[in-house]
Design a protein around this ligand. Structure first.
Ligand SMILES: *Cc1c(COP(=O)(O)O)cnc(C)c1O
Length: 450
């Protein structure tokens, strides 16, 4: 499979070339320019048996990815990358008949972004070793991207990482995850919003003074983070087929901010994974649900919510999503339903998940769960029956990352995973910065310039 910019024809590049460039030369995002059919890998009866056999997820992942990456790697190399990237697995957990959580938070930073960041880091390390070069990875975070990237790159020999996060807009635990890694990872606390952080990263690439820095990005715009996210969708369907049958085509509810996660789901579907529909579950930052409703895409400044990793006013992957549907809102409506969820509904969902199923969900997962339940209820009323198939809600973060919100909502002390708890006592080593690209680039040059 080859890739090219969302903004025009440009030249086709391979996966690795796209990863290394980050953004396309015309400012667009790299995007598949050819098709691939992965459905045979999904459907094989043997594939199903292996799920029960204790075959690691990373091996299935490698078989699914091999055709996509075939211009850059042999099947064995893809397997090596997947083994390094995924020492953890997605887990499907059934809440109720036909309603499942796809737990994506069993990685080092306790959020689904570990899948993308882990794979990107494995790809970059392999490449940089091979060519004996260094890279400077810039990444903006509204919460969880930065910690996943920081963890994935910590201790890598050939990459330095700079993580930008908005001052006062991330939780204490998230901040500790970003600012305590040290070594090759530096956190920059920006006096502004997440959109300012994202803009600083984008503008640095184009900056006249940044020419000598080996810059690359690790945001969800990087193809190396997007592509591996198709894998857990495929894993969910593979796992579900064992219990729900070969014909199973689930509805996926995806708590969304920058829409990388949802875009990956749509890619998996385009590549042959059965899915009935995708729910674009958002908080009050609902520009994509509004687009689906009105046909107009109106980015606006983000507002702060309980699900802060989804506080995005101008979702960067919308460009890919729109490209996938030929910029035709009618076509997108056939596959995606937008469901915005209020703050009150989010809290109520955290409470009802606890009371009904004894499950503590993080606020992002709660948004997805709320959207899923609303969708199922509507379907039930429309059809007057309870036959509503399988719904999979992507559980994007461990609830233990948000102890304050869980305590306020449930009057419950949530268990914080050991890999997070130990960070609480480490010193915060962030550098404070105004959202000014000239100053930021000058600082980068001073610190990393040759
Ligand atoms: C990043 C994030 C999201 C949003 O994912 P996108 O790919 O940006 O849409 C949702 N939940 C959590 C916990 C996240 O960290």
């Amino acid at each position: 499979m080859k890739f090219r910019s969302t903004r025009g024809n440009g030249t086709e590049v391979t996966f690795l070339e796209a990863v290394l460039q980050g953004l396309a030369p015309d400012g667009g995002l790299f995007h598949p320019s050819s098709e691939v059919d992965l459905s045979s890998g999904l459907a094989k009866a043997g594939e199903l048996a292996k799920v029960g056999d204790g075959e690691p997820f990373s091996w299935r992942a490698a078989r699914w990815l091999a055709p996509v990456l075939r211009h850059d790697y042999t099947t064995d190399q893809v397997k090596g990358l997947c083994e390094r990237a995924f020492p953890f697995e997605p887990r499907l957990r059934t809440l109720d008949e036909g309603l499942h959580l796809l737990e994506l938070f069993h990685g080092p930073s306790c959020a689904f972004k570990d899948f993308g960041a882990g794979f990107l880091s494995a790809v970059m390390e392999e490449y940089l070793e091979r060519v004996a070069r260094r890279a400077l990875v810039l990444t903006a975070t509204s919460g969880d991207t930065g910690s996943a990237v920081a963890q994935a790159f910590a201790g890598r020999r050939r990459a330095d990482v700079v993580v930008l996060y908005p001052k006062g807009r991330v939780s204490r635990l998230q901040e500790q995850q970003l600012t305590t890694v040290g070594g090759n990872v530096t956190a920059v606390e920006v006096e502004g919003s997440f959109d300012d952080c994202q803009r600083l990263v984008k503008e640095s690439f184009a900056h006249r003074e940044a020419g000598n820095l080996p810059l690359t990005s690790a945001n969800s715009i990087n193809l190396g983070r997007l592509i591996p996210q198709v894998l857990y969708y495929m894993e969910a369907v593979t796992t579900l087929r064992v219990t729900a049958g070969q014909e199973c085509a689930p509805v996926f509810s995806v708590p969304s901010g920058n829409f990388g996660n949802l875009t990956a789901g749509v890619l998996a579907w385009r590549w042959g994974m059965p899915a009935q529909r995708f729910l674009a579950a958002t908080n009050r930052n609902d520009v994509v649900p509004k687009y689906l409703e009105t046909g107009r895409f109106n980015p606006r400044p983000s507002v702060q919510t309980l699900s802060n990793a989804m506080d995005v006013g101008n979702p960067s992957n919308f460009e890919r999503l729109a490209t996938l549907f030929g910029h035709d809102v009618e076509a997108m409506r056939k596959a995606i339903t937008g469901i915005p969820v209020s703050e009150e509904q989010t809290s109520a969902q955290i409470r009802s998940a606890w009371h009904r199923w004894g499950t503590v969900v993080c606020p992002h997962t709660a948004v997805g769960l709320c959207a899923a339940q609303r969708w199922r209820e509507e379907q039930r009323q429309r059809r007057g029956s309870s036959a509503d198939g399988e719904t999979v809600v992507l559980a994007t973060a461990h609830p233990g990352k948000f102890p304050e919100i869980i305590r306020e909502t449930l009057e419950l002390k949530v268990e914080i995973p050991e890999r997070l708890a130990r960070l609480l006592d480490l010193p915060n080593e962030a550098v404070l910065m105004e959202p000014d690209v000239d100053r930021f680039v000058a600082w980068l040059k001073e610190r990393y310039g040759a």
